[in-house]
Design a protein around this ligand. Structure first.
Ligand code: N01
Length: 548
């Protein structure tokens, strides 16, 4: 039996550094996984992070208006009551700079940075069958090997810049929101075009409109949005948060989405039309993602969903003064919350400004980018100085496939997933021993408030690795039959909801041309998923092949 709790000190052999575990990524996942493996299990761990600091998605997404849609008292680590109570959030929804301050504060408090290599991009990871170790290579040519490889790369970290002909000839500047320059962008006096109206675009529009000479929003799919009602937190609320740490944590761990609010236990049809309108109005006034918690059947009963959809479309029409613009914004073709529902600060109101225009690029698609701007199919040219692509990400599989992972018998992850991702619990992939994927496809991940699902995954992985070492298990990977069963469960969970009805959703991979259409996250709810993971571990890691 190996010595379980001693650190395997890094040692050089032919230029290779050796660790118990290599973690890729230093956002919420990588930071907590490092803490658990290093400080609780005593392992030697190296974290490789391509950014210049901790923060993951928040390190890169510095676009105007970048703010979290989860409420601040739930968008943080909860594993430590001390850390939880010591940090004080200033606003209902934390802005990107405040989240970055928080992440750095946690990293310093837990002394994490000494084991993180920043500005270090992983270019390949290969499993060596004979040595039973992962060989990891970085862009700078560094080589590391480790028993366990843990990906903590996030679900939304591979920017999707659409391949629109002519972009390289554009005379102005262009940016993707997910790779925003750290020095910021000065929009003063500029004619700006923004492509994309997802959660990101909806946050960016009001802020860019304030600064730019003119903003043209290119909308392909109209989107719902509910006011965030962001604002400063008062002392009373901050005290309440500190005093109710256990209760808040218990709530986030027992709700399907990991948020600190409970989905109402009533059907849309339990109330009269007037009562329903009043409930929606109250939710609209309160603001935020809670609106979808007004009735328990909003995501499973299309007719129930239609009542929320109609309420939200009527709101758009009542806010936006120009009837043509209002009609385009309210022409939404999918059920409410079947795509990730955005929340906003004055998104629809911004279209009442004189310097903002909406262009419907579903009716009249973008044909090409010319040196002067964006040209539509009918020949119309929108002259621009700056183009902002708020066009999303190659979600969930993109960041993992970029790592060039090769498993047992030379099997490349891109080949294993050629028809779409297949995993067991979103935690492991057959043919890739001792590889763990935090919030991987097949886990609730993006359907949950991220820190909640990240803490559960990192803890499950740490417990699992402790077990492997205690029992002298050298290799762990899922049995193919367990993967088949889990993929069926993931599909069944999605099909029990309205989520697959948004055919252009990134949950399905539909936003990236050529990407297999597979519903990627587990839609059965975080609380149920946690139970399943616990049951699997309780039954001796049922469905995993463990070998000495
Ligand atoms: O990306 P998206 P996002 N021509 O994929 C359009 C999280 N998030 O960055 O719908 C024209 O949702 C595309 O149109 P369509 C959150 O989970 C969190 O906004 O494909 N348009 C769509 O309108 C979120 O869901 C927070 O037809 C094109 C938009 O670009 C996820 O990140 C904040 C196009 C992309 O929307 C991704 O959100 C922000 C093209 N060629 C984001 N290609 C917080 O919690 C794409 N589009 C803070």
């Amino acid at each position: 039996m190996p010595d379980t709790m001693t650190r395997d000190a890094p040692r050089g052999s032919a230029g290779t550094s050796t660790y118990d575990a290599v973690i890729i990524g230093a956002g919420f996942s990588g930071m907590y996984q490092l803490h658990l493996l290093r400080d609780r299990l005593g392992l030697s761990v190296r974290v490789l992070e391509q950014g210049g600091g901790v923060g993951g998605t928040w390190y890169w997404n510095r676009y105007p208006g970048a703010r979290c849609d989860s409420e601040s008292h739930s968008y943080c680590f909860t594993f430590s009551p001390e850390l939880y109570k010591e940090w004080e959030w200033t606003e209902r929804y934390p802005g990107q700079p405040e989240i970055m301050r928080y992440m750095n504060w946690v990293a310093d408090r837990l002394d994490l940075k000494r084991d993180i290599a920043f500005d270090t991009r992983v270019t390949a990871a290969r499993y060596d069958d004979t040595a039973n170790r992962w060989q990891v290579t970085t862009e700078a040519g560094e080589r590391l090997n480790a028993t366990y490889l843990i990906t903590a790369v996030g679900c939304l970290s591979t920017a999707n810049v659409p391949k629109i002909p002519g972009l390289e000839d554009f005379k102005g500047r262009w940016y993707h929101t997910g790779q925003w320059p750290h020095e910021g962008v000065d929009f003063t006096g500029m004619r700006v075009g923004q492509v994309g109206t997802g959660s990101t675009g909806i946050q960016a529009v009001p802020v860019i409109a304030e600064a730019a000479k003119h903003l043209t929003v290119f909308q392909r799919t109209a989107n719902y949005s509910v006011p965030a009602r962001n604002g400063p937190l008062d002392a009373e609320f901050k005290d309440w948060v500190r005093q109710n740490y256990e209760k808040i944590r218990a709530t986030t761990q027992s709700t399907p989405n990991g948020h600190p609010f409970i989905i109402a236990d009533r059907s849309t049809w339990d109330v009269t039309e007037e009562e329903r309108a009043a409930l929606y109005e109250a939710a609209w006034e309160k603001g935020g993602l809670q609106l979808r918690a007004t009735f328990r059947d909003l995501l499973v009963d299309k007719a129930a969903n239609d009542t929320a959809a109609e309420f939200l479309k009527a709101k758009i029409r009542s806010i936006v003064k120009d009837p043509d613009t209002a009609a385009k914004l309210a022409d939404i073709d999918h059920p409410y919350a079947a795509k990730r529902p955005p929340i906003d600060s004055d998104y629809f109101e911004t279209f009442n400004r004189d310097n903002v225009a909406l262009v419907d690029v579903r009716a009249n698609p973008i044909e090409r980018i010319t040196p002067d701007g964006i040209q539509l199919r009918d020949g119309t040219l929108h002259a621009l100085d700056i183009i902002v692509f708020a066009t999303g990400f190659d979600a969930m599989t993109g960041p993992l496939l970029l790592l060039n992972i090769t498993g047992r018998d030379g099997l490349a992850l891109k080949d294993a997933w050629a028809a779409g991702p297949r995993s067991y619990l979103g935690l492991q992939v057959a043919g890739f021993p001792n590889l763990f994927t935090i919030t991987g496809p097949g886990s609730p991940s993006v359907l949950c408030n991220m820190p909640v699902c990240i803490e559960q995954h990192a803890e499950w992985i740490a417990d699992c690795i402790a077990m492997l070492r205690e029992k002298g298990v050298a290799r762990m990977e899922p049995e193919p039959a367990a993967v088949d069963r889990w993929v069926e469960q993931v599909n069944a969970a999605a099909n029990a909801t309205l989520l697959p009805q948004a055919g252009h959703s990134w949950y399905l991979g539909a936003n990236v041309p050529g990407k297999p259409r597979v519903f990627m996250p587990y839609a059965g709810g975080m609380a149920r998923y946690r139970e399943i993971c616990d049951e699997v571990a309780g039954k001796g890691y049922e469905g995993f092949a463990l070998s000495r």
